[in-house]
Write a protein that binds this ligand. Structure first.
Ligand SMILES: Nc1ncnc2c1ncn2[C@@H]1O[C@H](COP(=O)(O)OP(=O)(O)OP(=O)(O)O)[C@@H](O)[C@H]1O
Ligand SMILES: [Mg+2]
Length: 243
């Protein structure tokens, strides 16, 4: 489903945290519906801040946020858009708050109006999709780091959002699990924005790559074409090209 309507449209966004740290500065960024994009950038460059702004989790200081063509001004605006945009948090502990896994995963669907039996069914199906059968009654806070990451992803996928924002989704995941996530993402028919330091992961899940630069989002080009350049930088200290 590719249309030219914009899922995310940011204009002139600047953000300075109360302690005076200026993180975003005159940032503009458009993500059309149906497009899959990756976002790279050094630690502390503002990727998580940007995602939190899009979700309405921190007040912006300057600029305009339009989601699905609607300007976001109030918490009420964001509450509506959060039904269509899901964020997988960088830190899974920010996402998981119920005692058991099944309660965490069923929470979103319940919130969106599913009946308890429906929500349970959706949660079970989503867990199964992620190879997490048998996790239903596990205690969420006792899961391993990678398991938490997968359950956090399940909580968002269970809500079936139109737009999926993922903040470092592969951190701490083993190679086989990462492959599974790549397979799942590539089967989804969604608008995607993924922040990651893993260039290979972005190249395999997204088409356009953007990077953070001086508080702004700038195009880094086509994922497939950029691969040699970024691989070179990720692989070692000495820049080199692969031919
Ligand atoms: N609530 C806050 N108050 C003050 N500074 C903050 C706050 N939250 C984040 N920052 C700072 O803003 C900058 C951007 O942080 P952010 O988490 O957005 O970076 P990031 O690009 O996601 O980094 P990483 O790749 O390490 O996840 C950092 O220097 C961080 O310390
Ligand atoms: Mg971050």
């Amino acid at each position: 489903m590719v249309t030219d309507r914009l899922a995310i449209d940011l204009e002139g966004i600047s953000l300075t945290y109360p302690d005076g740290r200026n993180v975003l500065s005159g940032l503009s960024f458009q993500l059309p519906q149906g497009v899959r994009a990756g976002l790279i950038g050094p630690n502390g460059s503002g990727k998580t801040t940007l995602f939190h702004l899009i979700m309405g989790l921190i007040p912006q200081t300057e600029g305009q946020i339009r989601l699905f063509g609607r300007e976001m001004k109030t918490e009420k605006n964001f509450r509506r858009s959060r039904k269509k945009i899901g964020l997988v948090f960088q830190n899974a502990d920010d996402q998981l708050f119920s005692p058991t896994v099944i309660e965490d995963v069923a929470f979103g669907p319940l919130n969106l109006g599913a009946t308890p039996p429906e929500a349970k069914k959706i949660a079970e199906r989503t867990l199964a999709d992620l190879n997490l059968e048998g996790f239903e009654n596990r205690i969420a806070y006792r899961l391993s780091g990678g398991e938490k990451k997968l359950v956090a992803l399940a909580t968002v996928l269970a809500m079936d959002p139109e737009v999926l924002l993922m903040d470092e989704p592969t951190t701490g995941l083993d190679a086989a699990t990462r492959e599974r996530i790549i397979g799942i993402l590539n089967r989804l028919d969604k608008t995607l924005l993924i922040a990651s330091h893993e260039y290979d992961f972005l190249a395999r899940t997204t088409k356009d790559i953007y990077k953070m630069e001086a508080g702004r989002v700038v195009s880094a080009g086509d994922a497939a074409l950029l691969h040699p350049h970024y691989h070179a930088h990720a692989a070692g200290d000495v820049p080199h090209q692969h031919h």
